[in-house]
Design a protein around this ligand. Structure first.
Ligand code: S3P
Length: 177
């Protein structure tokens, strides 16, 4: 029974949700779902084009629709988009059957990691990427605090982050057993 629940990764862009999520799923023997990827496949359009053609509100609606679906899954690692926390209904649904883990990183690390794949993140397209990151982080800070575990990934590889998460999950399961 305790192995039925999901592990949900939330956090800002560039904190390693997707790379860590993949490793974590394979270590736990869980399914892996990246909600941004699912939105792109289900709607047959990239997130970038969705923002450009239909705007952010349209994307947020699709995101909420996807979250409602994946929150029903069991034994899945669910990596989410950085803005998933903006909609409280998303978080209520995800928490119902999931441990929620926030990944964080310093502004410098986020700047560096999100700069590697240019143009895949519509919110970071403008000139002053650092300032945009600082502002968005400030707006979302409180929302990212609402998690079962918060892990700073600035100095850690996805493998190390995965190990930390597995240690935490084992502890939770021992306490529940
Ligand atoms: C967003 C983060 C992106 C993606 C979209 C919006 C955000 O996901 O969902 O561009 O609002 O922070 P990643 O966190 O996986 O980059």
């Amino acid at each position: 029974m305790i192995h039925m629940r999901n592990v949900v990764l939330i956090g800002f862009m560039g904190t390693g949700k997707t790379s860590t999520g993949k490793l974590l799923a394979s270590r736990l023997g869980y399914f892996f779902i990246d909600t941004d990827n699912k939105i792109e496949i289900d709607n047959k359009i990239s997130i970038n084009d969705m923002f450009a053609q239909y705007g952010e509100k349209f994307f947020r609606d699709k995101e909420a629709e996807t979250i409602r679906k994946v929150a029903e899954y069991h034994s899945a690692v669910i990596s989410t988009g950085g803005g998933v926390v903006l909609n409280e209904d998303n978080m209520i649904a995800l928490r119902q059957n999931g441990i929620v883990i926030t990944l964080t990183a310093s502004v410098d690390v986020i700047l560096e990691r999100t700069g590697r794949r240019k143009n895949t993140r519509p919110l970071l397209k403008e000139e002053d990427r650092r300032q945009i990151i600082v502002d968005l982080l400030e707006n979302r800070h409180e929302l990212y605090q609402r998690a079962d575990l918060i892990l700073d990934t600035s100095e850690l590889s996805p493998l190390q982050v995965t190990d930390e998460i597995i240690k935490f999950i084992r502890k939770v399961d021992e306490l529940r057993a």
